[in-house]
Design a binder for this molecule. Structure first.
Ligand SMILES: [Zn+2]
Length: 68
């Protein structure tokens, strides 16, 4: 019997890439809406919104020689 290659659809958080040093999240409105909060990136250039669990990844706007 074949092994499942993809996990079931369990809470795949939305990932948003931004090029600024900080980001504000309000959940995008709708069901996941929440008061707007400012998120500060961790040293690993990631931050997770404590409200809606969105993942924000800081991307360098330039100087990023494509690795793929
Ligand atoms: Zn949020």
């Amino acid at each position: 019997m074949p092994l499942p290659s993809v996990m079931p659809n369990v809470q795949t958080p939305e990932v948003i890439r931004v090029t600024e040093g900080r980001v504000a999240c309000n959940g995008g409105g709708g069901a996941l809406g929440h008061p707007r909060v400012w998120l500060t990136f961790a040293p690993d250039h990631r931050v997770v919104c404590p409200y809606c669990s969105r993942v924000f990844i800081e991307q360098a706007g330039e100087g990023n020689s494509g690795h793929h």
